[in-house]
Write a protein that binds this ligand. Structure first.
Ligand SMILES: NC(=O)c1ccc[n+]([C@@H]2O[C@H](COP(=O)([O-])OP(=O)(O)OC[C@H]3O[C@@H](n4cnc5c(N)ncnc54)[C@H](OP(=O)(O)O)[C@@H]3O)[C@@H](O)[C@H]2O)c1
Length: 317
């Protein structure tokens, strides 16, 4: 089967097409196979490829295959959240790449997955849209659950234009939180449609802080730090407020009785099934920035690193 391998740590040029044997039915107990149609390009993929996570990936060394988010068709029947998913069922999910450390990610034609990572894709959601959802939406949902803010609370979302940030804005607004987003300039109107009450352009931290506090003079009840700003954004929180970080190395030290949490997205098949139903019902909007063939994974990484992308870049397989 065709895969894209990281051949050495470095720039996008280290990504190279290769052939590997296709997994066989039942060759790894507990895993089922999915023939992929689409795979998302995540920020973690870029960092792993660049060698920024060498310590976190233990003994795994290039060549290996990247990729977390996926959408495709089951090759084997699998137990699902509400009964058996038959072979042929369209499914999406994300592979916890750092936990697995098999180096057999989703930039590939066929992957082995744990049925607990899978949810069926509703009929009217296409593979590329489905592959843009799992990691980001589940991380946003689990991050908001850690904040556990009551309805009517004020929430500041940094990186609101990002893939995770957009889901955080939508899920928070739907839960009755009053959201202020810090976003890429130009995304204001879209973020308001997604549910943000106020949108402030990203920029120099002191200016951003002044701008957001103009909308919440008493400061915010919570911060969802989708841009990994860390310590400087604590000043936007009330004493005793709640902060959630998306990266342990960007999690600030607590002060003023602020609760500080870190979220690491974990597969949750039932939650993902519900999220995909919401996407189907247009209650949740996902945005795909580009769809590119698997063969152009290096170009996809180049684009992802070149600055603001309005949504997930998805590889078509
Ligand atoms: N813990 C987990 O399980 C988990 C899961 C998924 C993602 N993550 C991490 O969470 C972060 C967000 O992921 P993502 O997929 O949403 O990435 P993304 O789409 O690249 O979004 C990041 C957003 O942050 C904005 N940003 C970056 N630096 C900023 C700054 N200094 N001030 C204001 N805004 C800034 C970016 O703005 P521009 O668009 O203008 O560049 C972008 O909108 C990544 O670091 C990712 O690795 C963690």
């Amino acid at each position: 089967m065709r895969v894209v391998e990281v051949t050495a740590y470095g720039g996008p040029e280290v990504l190279s097409m290769a052939r590997r044997p296709e997994p066989e039915a039942g060759d790894v107990p507990g895993k089922v196979r999915v023939r992929l149609k689409a795979a998302g390009v995540t920020v973690a993929d870029l960092r792993i490829r660049a060698g920024r996570y060498v310590d976190a990936i233990g003994g795994l060394r290039p060549p290996f295959v990247l990729g977390t988010d996926f959408a495709g068709r089951l090759l084997d029947p699998a137990p699902g959240p509400t009964g058996t998913l038959e072979a042929g069922t369209r499914v999406a999910g994300f592979m916890p790449w750092f936990d697995e450390l098999t180096g057999e990610g989703t930039y590939a034609e066929v992957v082995r997955v744990d049925p607990a990572w899978l949810a069926p894709i509703p009929e009217d959601v296409d593979f590329t849209a489905a592959a843009s959802v799992p990691l980001a939406a589940i991380t946003a949902r689990q991050g908001l659950a850690k904040l556990d803010l009551p309805e009517g609370s004020t929430l500041l979302v940094t990186g609101a234009s990002g893939v995770v940030g957009r889901f955080a804005v939508q899920l928070a607004a739907a839960a009755g939180l009053r959201v202020t987003g810090v976003s890429y300039e130009g995304d204001e109107s879209e973020l308001k449609v997604l549910g943000a009450e106020h949108v402030v352009p990203r920029g120099e931290p002191a200016k951003v802080l002044a701008d957001v506090l103009a909308h919440a003079p008493e400061r915010f009840d919570g911060v969802f730090d989708g841009a990994l700003i860390g310590t400087p954004v604590l000043a936007a929180l009330k004493d005793g407020g709640r902060f959630v970080s998306l990266a342990p190395d960007r999690t600030p030290t607590a002060e003023r009785d602020i609760e500080v949490h870190t979220v690491v997205g974990r597969p949750d098949a039932a939650a993902l099934a519900g999220i995909l139903e919401q996407v189907s019902a247009r209650e949740l909007i996902t945005r795909v920035a580009d769809v590119m063939p698997l063969e152009e994974a290096a170009e996809a990484h180049k684009r992802a690193e070149s600055g603001h992308r309005p949504g997930r870049i998805v590889l078509m397989i």
